[in-house]
Design a protein around this ligand. Sequence first.
Ligand code: NAD
Length: 284
Amino acid sequence: MTSIERVGVVGGGLMGSGIAEVNARAGKDVIVVESSPAAVEAARQRLESSLKRAESRGKIESADAVLAQVRVVDDLTALADRDIVIEAIVEDEQAKTDLFRRLDEIVTSPDAILASNTSSIPIMKLAVATKRPTHVLGVHFFNPVPVLKLVELVPSLMTDEATTERARAFVQDDLGKTAIDCQDRAGFVVNALLIPFILSAIRMFESGFASAEDIDHGLVLGAAHPQGPLALADLIGLDTVKAVAESLYEEFKEPLYAAPPLLARMVEAGLLGRKTGRGFYTYG
Ligand code: NAD
């Protein structure tokens, strides 16, 4: 199995910059592609401030040394020589299929892996946009990427086993993550279990059954969860919770995945949780 040394990341937002960071910290040669010069600058700053934080906490010796492993550019053709490209652009099916079509033309090695960090778009839809569906799979990281150890590996029906095993060796042995295997179904393992749990907590609150504080205290103190489901929903962002719920509902048509009216109203009101200062709780 040939090792993966040259890594491409498309999209340098919240997830892409984290994925670039863990790869650079693992000694990989990393190229991040963003969509415009302004976005290149924003991605570079995101990466730099996260690395400086890691340096000040003693997690890495030198932020500058890690930064030197990363180039951030706005030209997709820079990815031609990559061993793996991990896509982390906006969660938009058309944008992602267009990108996979272009990556298929640009990335030259027939062994190269084209991976997606998508949370909800079927990997098969991305695979069939390329002429190398055997080398396309989902590699789903968790936010914040430098902290959370899990990666869900999501082969489609067309992915060959060698690709999955190479990706597993890369995320586990090189990046120090733990991989779990999931089928190409909306939500994979974690969101398929977590989202209905959060939706149940919202329904419980909405019906007046218990207060937000009591629901969260119940799960923290009675089930040893690190935070309650409503505080967690505020952290994820209520718009994201709703979008993932909708993709699960679309896939399985099960009532447990249906977004409750209160969640829809809060999103319409712009009460999205921590990022807007108010969700189930009020912040700062
Ligand atoms: P984000 O909005 O923070 O970042 C997306 C970035 O992609 C932006 O910086 C944007 O400029 C860039 N971009 C858009 N189109 C592009 C293109 N054609 N070429 C290059 N760059 C482009 O989003 P995010 O939260 O980082 O999510 C990215 C992906 O990761 C999505 O598929 C999302 O579902 C998935 N994901 C998100 C989370 C999470 O907790 N946010 C967790 C796991 C997976």
